[in-house]
Design a protein around this ligand. Structure first.
Ligand SMILES: Cc1ncc(COP(=O)(O)O)c(C=O)c1O
Length: 394
């Protein structure tokens, strides 16, 4: 008796999976493990009181707000986003912006609109696994584009485009990349856009870390260089992920279709939370908040780099990013960072191994360290444990 549910699920559900495939129960074996996974703002930069007050003001509404509406997003919020994009050299009006439930929903709406089963998405190697979770759901195939310390390599993009069966779009995190922390060099961006244009394949620019630069100023989005770039933004890393507020800026030719897809998906984003974000970001609050966060994260990155310098085995290299949340470490002599992690975890340090960030599941000597979510002394302790374990194992 009972429904045989496995006969009921759709064909495409075979490709639904969780965000990353790591047997955490086999890794959390130390009594006090230090997990370097986090890709979220530091506890000191969770503006809970500020958001509570903004939320109180956001409830100053008429009856109309209690109904359905504003699929494309609350107009003052789209205005606010447009102003912020203009500060970063992207000339978009409020009408060109669609509010989404985080960048993740932008990826989903875009995939709904663009991907047929078997279409190819070109992705950086390595890339953000949460995006693969979405593309997999739409039965995409992949081509990897190799990267170096200046980001995506133009020759590799061209090779991947030539090899791709029905290429639909190039998914990229050009600035303060997840997982490597690198940024596509200014001199490369135009060349990449020209190649993409020649093959009639657009760039999808996922930019959660673009506003979290460490130096004097950041890199403008690639969208500043071409109106054909589909841009995904979010408040998850600059405010908090819990509010699920992001946006998308798409070419006019597909914007209305995306708004229709959004309506079919959830009618609109939360109308109160959108007002809350407008209240919270008024009077330059976000710029002040980011100024402090950038300085703190830059300091964390420097301390993490110094710990690596002190503890890593000879021949190990790592990135020293110009912003964002991640450092990418590469071990010497073709080590398999996935395989050895199970042994390292016994000493109480856990990183995200490179392999889980590649669509071809290649063996990788690299791993990702996030440096924003734990107190700094724990990272220093974690790197010391990691270094000792690596020196023992390698
Ligand atoms: C590259 C990238 N894209 C998208 C997301 C998801 O962002 P959001 O919280 O805006 O959905 C993340 C979160 O870690 C990310 O690193």
């Amino acid at each position: 008796m009972g429904i045989r549910w496995h006969e009921k699920t759709a064909e495409r559900t075979k490709s639904i999976h969780g965000s990353f495939n790591l047997p955490l129960d086999e890794l959390f074996v130390h009594p006090d493990p230090i997990f370097f996974a986090g890709g979220t703002p530091s506890p000191e930069f969770l503006p809970i009181d500020h958001l509570r007050e903004a939320n109180y003001r956001a409830w100053d509404v008429t009856n109309e707000t209690m109904y359905y509406g504003d699929t494309e997003g609350y107009a003052p919020l789209r205005e606010r986003i447009s102003e912020r994009m203009k500060q970063r050299n992207v000339d978009v009006s409020a009408d060109q912006i669609l509010v989404t439930n985080g960048a993740q929903q932008g990826l989903d709406l875009l995939s709904r609109l663009l991907l047929d089963p078997g279409d190819t998405v070109l992705v950086e190697a390595p890339t953000y696994f949460g995006a693969l979770q979405v593309f997999d759901m739409y039965q995409a195939q992949y081509q990897s584009i190799e990267m170096d310390l200046d980001g995506m390599i133009p020759e590799s993009l061209e090779t991947a485009l030539k090899a791709a069966h029905r290429p639909k779009f190039i998914y990229s995190i050009p600035t303060n990349h997840n997982p490597t922390g690198v940024t596509i060099a200014p001199g490369r961006r135009q060349e990449l856009l020209e190649i993409a244009d020649r093959y009639n394949v657009p760039f999808v620019e996922d930019d959660p870390y673009g506003e979290l630069w460490f130096g004097e100023h950041g890199s403008p989005p690639m969208r500043a260089d071409s109106e054909d770039v589909i841009y995904l933004g979010t408040f998850s890393k600059t405010i908090v992920p819990a509010i699920r507020m992001g946006w998308m800026c798409a070419p006019e030719a597909i914007l209305q279709r995306l708004i229709d897809a959004k309506e079919a998906s959830d009618i609109s984003s939360d109308r109160i939370v959108q007002r809350m974000v407008v209240e919270a970001t008024s009077h330059g609050w976000l710029d002040g908040h980011l100024m402090k966060a950038r300085a703190d994260y830059a300091e964390r990155m420097k301390l993490l780099n110094a710990s690596l310098e002190q503890h890593m085995p000879e021949g190990t290299t790592w990135t020293s990013p110009g912003g964002g949340f991640f450092v990418w470490v590469t071990l010497p002599d073709g080590a398999d960072s996935y395989k050895i992690l199970f042994d390292i975890a016994k000493d109480g340090a856990i990183y995200l191994p490179g392999q889980i960030f590649y669509v071809d599941g290649r063996i990788s000597p690299s791993f990702r360290l996030g440096f924003t979510t734990l107190p700094m002394h724990q990272y220093e302790e974690g790197i010391a444990r990691l270094g000792a374990a690596l020196k023992r194992i390698l």
